[in-house]
Design a protein around this ligand. Structure first.
Ligand SMILES: Nc1ccn([C@@H]2O[C@H](COP(=O)(O)OP(=O)(O)OP(=O)(O)O)[C@@H](O)[C@H]2O)c(=O)n1
Ligand SMILES: C[C@](O)(CO)[C@H](O)COP(=O)(O)O
Length: 233
């Protein structure tokens, strides 16, 4: 069995506006509600710990969703700090060896099939696993003036998605080690990789996008409508 940790303490600076993007309305619900329901939808997931900003006035106050417990803790200045806070705030019943899913609040389009495959593959792996998508575009490196100066080789390059699945104790120690080394781990796998561990890449759907800018919100709305998650009337 597993628990989820959902970092949701971001300000949405790249999105802009007063309301943090995770609380914007998407298909009739707060964006974060889609992300929480998606990660709670699998029978192996027992509950979720949501790391929210201190004094977050937008958090709706859910204590359960989909019949499962929703707990909250205060996140931190960086995403990794919020994930660490969530891991440390999990119930004591979640052992060090227990698997934990970390899923961005800003990824509302997680498909049930991807979650099922991640859990099946990851729980059978010695290190853990993450959803990811192979890079399919040519990658350019820009110069200081915004012009293309070179093309980067893309063989073997993947885009990390979430959820990412690791054991509670090992992930906590890896994130603490990165923090103490002054390394900003932009995802959970990075903290494991720097210790020489090799998480399994599980190919996920391209439509599991992270809502970062306003254009992403419109795309997410379309994706959810295609999945039959029409606005709640
Ligand atoms: N200090 C932070 C920063 C980010 N996050 C969360 O991490 C996820 C992915 O981060 P990102 O898309 O970068 O969200 P923001 O940090 O809000 O966006 P921005 O960088 O544009 O401000 C989001 O669910 C966000 O709420 C978090 O919990 N704590
Ligand atoms: C965790 C993540 O979504 C994997 O791609 C990504 O690293 C989050 O980055 P952000 O800048 O915090 O959105």
């Amino acid at each position: 069995m597993t628990w989820a940790v959902v970092p949701a303490a971001g300000q949405g600076r790249r999105f802009g506006g007063e309301t943090p993007k995770q609380y914007l309305t998407l298909a009739g619900r707060p964006l974060i509600e889609h992300s929480l329901l998606a990660v709670l939808s699998h029978d192996d997931v027992d509950g979720v710990m949501v790391a929210v900003a201190a004094d977050d006035p937008w958090w709706p106050g859910w204590r359960e969703l989909g019949g499962k417990p929703v707990l909250t803790c205060v996140g931190g200045g960086e995403r990794a700090d919020s994930v660490l806070a969530g891991l440390q705030a999990l119930p004591a019943s979640v052992s060090e060896d227990q698997w934990v899913l970390v899923h961005d609040a800003a990824r509302p389009c997680l498909h049930a099939d991807d979650l099922a495959r991640l859990l099946a593959i990851g729980q059978a792996h010695p290190v853990g696993a993450l959803l990811a998508a192979p890079v399919r575009d040519t990658l350019k490196r820009a110069d200081a003036t915004g012009h293309s100066q070179s093309t980067e080789p893309r063989d073997g390059l993947w885009r990390a998605l979430t959820p990412q699945l690791f054991r509670r104790g090992g992930l906590t120690r890896a994130l603490l080690a990165a923090l103490h080394a002054g390394i900003k781990a932009t995802d959970e796998a990075m903290a494991l990789e720097r210790l020489g561990l090799r998480p399994c890449l599980v190919e996920g759907r391209e439509d599991n996008l992270k809502v970062t800018t306003p254009a992403d919100l419109a795309l997410a709305e379309f994706i959810l409508s295609r999945a039959g998650k029409a606005p709640v009337t």
